[in-house]
Design a protein. Structure first.
Length: 59
């Protein structure tokens, strides 16, 4: 079975990666890029609207 992931894209450094939604904070909570340490709301790191919906449903 394939595990669902959320695609993330840092708005500061453009790092692109995937994480299971259960490992991420709620969309309105702060999140820090593991590459450049930029801090923004989790929702600002989701790559697409679909990723944001997945995070809201499964996170």
């Amino acid at each position: 079975m394939d595990e669902t992931t959320v695609q993330l894209l840092c708005p500061e450094c453009a790092k692109n990666w995937q994480v299971p939604p259960g490992e991420l904070p709620e969309p309105s909570k702060p999140f820090h890029c593991p590459n450049c340490h930029a801090s923004r709301r989790m929702s600002e790191f989701t790559r697409t609207e679909r990723d944001l919906r997945t995070l809201k449903q499964l996170g």
